[in-house]
Every structure is written in C-alpha cells, then in structure tokens.
Ligand binder design. Sequence first.
Ligand code: GLY
Length: 305
Amino acid sequence: MRWSMIATWKMSYDGVKKGTCLLKDNKSAKEAVLEAIHEVEKNENYHSVGYSGLPNEQGVVQCDAGFMDGETLQAGAVGALEDVVHAVDVAYECSKGRFNNVLVGEGANEFASSLGIKKETMLTKESYEKYLQRKEEKLPLSSYDGHDTVGMVALDQQGHLVSATSTSGLFMKKKGRIGDSPLIGSGFYCDDEAGGAAATGVGEEIMRGCLSYEAVRRMKEGMSAQQAASSTVYEWTEKMILKKGYCDAISLICMNVQGEVGIGTNIKFAFVCADENHEPQVFVAIPDGKDIILRAYDDHQDHLD
Ligand code: GLY
C-alpha cells in the first residue's frame, strides 16, 4: 500500500523526514503528522509556530492548532493557548472525546495542564526583540513574510488520512484572536472517503471560505488533488477581489485518498512532500492565472521558510 505526506513551508522539511520514516515503518498517519509538527513547534528558528513564535500586541505568544482523523472524522482544536510548545498535542487530545472538541484561552490551558503538559516560556530573546522593534515602528498589521502556519496531511499504509495545523498566528494580533488554523473546515479538514487539506496564510481570508473543507469536497466530487487545490484558491481569490478589491495571502495543500497531492496558492509558496517513491523535497509553487507553476526550491533565489 502506498503512503504519502505533504506539508506547508520549507520549515517542515526536517519534520517530514521524521514523519516519512514512521510511514515507511507502517506507523499511522497520526503518529507521522504529530512527530513532524513537533519538529517545527520546538525549533526556535521558526517564529510563526510554537516555541519562539511571535507574540500578540500585548507581547504574549498565543498558539492555535487543529487535528483531524480521516477515518473517524474526529476533530479537535485549541485557540489562544499559552505556554505550551506542542499545541498540536492538545488539539489531538481534544479530538478524542464526544464533547469539548474545541477549547480556547484559559479553558485550553487548563485542559493542557490536566494532561500533565508542563508550562514553558514561549517567548525567546529574539522573538521579544522583534516584538519591541515592531512596537516601536507602529506599523499596521500585515500578513506574514515568507512563512506562517505549519499544516500537514499524511496517508498511511492502512489507507487512513490525517490533517493537522499549528501556529502562533498573526504577529501583533489582538489578545484572543484566532485564525483559520483551529477552525475545522477552514484551516484543516480530512475524510478517508475524499481526501485531506490544510491551509496557511491570512486566517480571516481563509475562514470566510471554509477553504480546507471546500477543497476536500471538490476531491470527493471527482477533482484531482491539484485541480481541487488550485481551483479553490483561484476562485476564492477572484471572489474576494470582486467583493472587496483585494485578497490576502492564501495557500492550500491537498491530498486525495490515493496519496496524490495538489497545491493552490495566490502567493509564492514553499512546501515539502514525499511518498514511497520520493524522498522529502522542498518545492516552490507560483500562481500563474488559474494554473500553478511548480519547481524545486532554490536556496539562492527563494527566501521562504
Ligand atoms: N493562518 C494563521 C493565522 O491566520 O493565524
């Protein structure tokens, strides 16, 4: 049976390498995705996810994460979670029950503590300095520069799909603001009968289109993963431009039940993928009208984490 994995941004590369070792060893998509996201969450060089994430306007790192199992359709999420490096673990734990699948703020923190997860200081010297500098500059909120949410979809050798996300969200956001990443159907969605998707970009733009669900729905109706991803992003971008004159950054990764992958994006976007015939590799996707141009990542000309 084949296995496959896809993840947003170049920062996912080390995690995907670990995750694909698990998939090769016949471990579950759940184990592969959690392991792979942990790698990004704990890496202090990435300022948009987990430890050393960039803070909100009060200087506090508040993280969002989501997890969905395509076999059972169980889904869980946390929003505005503080002092926890592996927010995706808390989202996964939330997905297990009949109730309380989505927890935010203090409730999410209390739940994390009840799981025995120890509190960690999330703000590093470097992310705090970036915060002070940004405060000084008094710039308006803007979308990310080069990277954002880590989102992943994996198919294991049992034919099960999982999708998940983790992010520290928009830099200088309001306290309590959550983006698309913890919203089922917006930042992530997954169904073994159709496919899986995860999003990165400006949460407000992604959530009003429920874009991960929309892409999975298109795969269920017979579109390839590539058609589903690119048509979802292209049509939404056109619609937003028509409605309000602009569309913020949106990128989607998709995988169908055969493990074939697809990308939709309205910006230059890096992603990592691998399957039983291909080692993990970083690619760049560039929008070109309704189409997407894909090529290997080039360290000299591409500066996208
Ligand atoms: N996509 C992450 C966010 O908007 O917070």
